[in-house]
Design a protein around this ligand. Sequence first.
Ligand code: ADP
Ligand code: MG
Length: 332
Amino acid sequence: NLEKRKMPRYNGLDRYHLLEKMGDGAFSIVYKALDLQTGEKVAVKVVRKLEVNNTQKDRHLGQAARKEKKTSQRSTILKEVAIMRQLKHDNIVELKEFIESLDHYFIVLELLPGGELFHQIVRLTYFSEDLSRHVITQVANAVQYLHDEVGVIHRDIKPENLLFYPIDHIPSVPGAPIRPGEEESKVDEGQFRPGIGSGGIGVIKLADFGLSKVVWDTNTMTPCGTVGYTAPEIVKDQRYSKSVDMWALGCVLYTILCGFPPFYDESIQDLTEKVSKGQYTFLSPWWDDISDSAKDLVSHLLTVNPEDRYSIGEFLNHPWIKNTPVNLNTAP
Ligand code: ADP
Ligand code: MG
């Protein structure tokens, strides 16, 4: 078949049979693949090693600079893999294997067959409050594990890096209520439980640890470096660095609730200005029917001063998060 013929073959990846392309990055391509040893489907992130000898752009670089460029790509990937190796959580994509060949790095991951949450926002326009809670709570559980148990900051939380398992039986698609003023079939409003009104979104997992960073020593649960000799600004810095994930969580929550991001501008300069001042609004009519409790939670995340921003603990304790609908856990 045509799809199969188009699949590239990589040296060093004999254990896996590539099936189809799932995603594309600047330096990486992600494929759905078959693990020929176990028969299970996986995702393989293929990262091409930077060509240091032939590219036009690098010709002006000296030997040392070219070597430096290659080393830094290598250490970035090894760091991503080292961090992922430590992680074991239901809402974090599992690393299965790491392979390095002459020309590539291969990061073999648990396959999330639903793909990106991003596409579900596009498909459903926006999520009901119950569906938003179902989604964001899972992301928050991953963040709590990272921040409070492992000492890792993700630093790139966004809908493209949130992947999901679909629910097998979707009663009716799409599962989103309509926007005020728009016509579309209304589905299961107020009747949310996983599988119903969920738009087919089951378990959510956080992916892409390419920008993540360790802030705490995982064995001693203390800041990295010699215990007791860490300067206060370092300790503070590490505390606030976690708050970047909380801001991002706020942006994701805002976006899934209404269908567009809190900060947007065609001009990068104006966008930067808006973000740095925290200039966003609960735009009418899209936010008119969204509860005050949800708005309160969003506003505690989209707080410019990181000291005042909610931590993951405060987030999970907010009434909007704790307000589980009565029928959420009842059997279908
Ligand atoms: P990048 O660093 O290039 O952003 P990612 O790890 O985010 O790399 O992967 C890029 C894209 O590939 C994701 O946004 C997603 O669409 C897809 N992808 C990555 N990992 C998986 C996975 N485990 N299951 C399914 N799709 C995935
Ligand atoms: Mg990504």
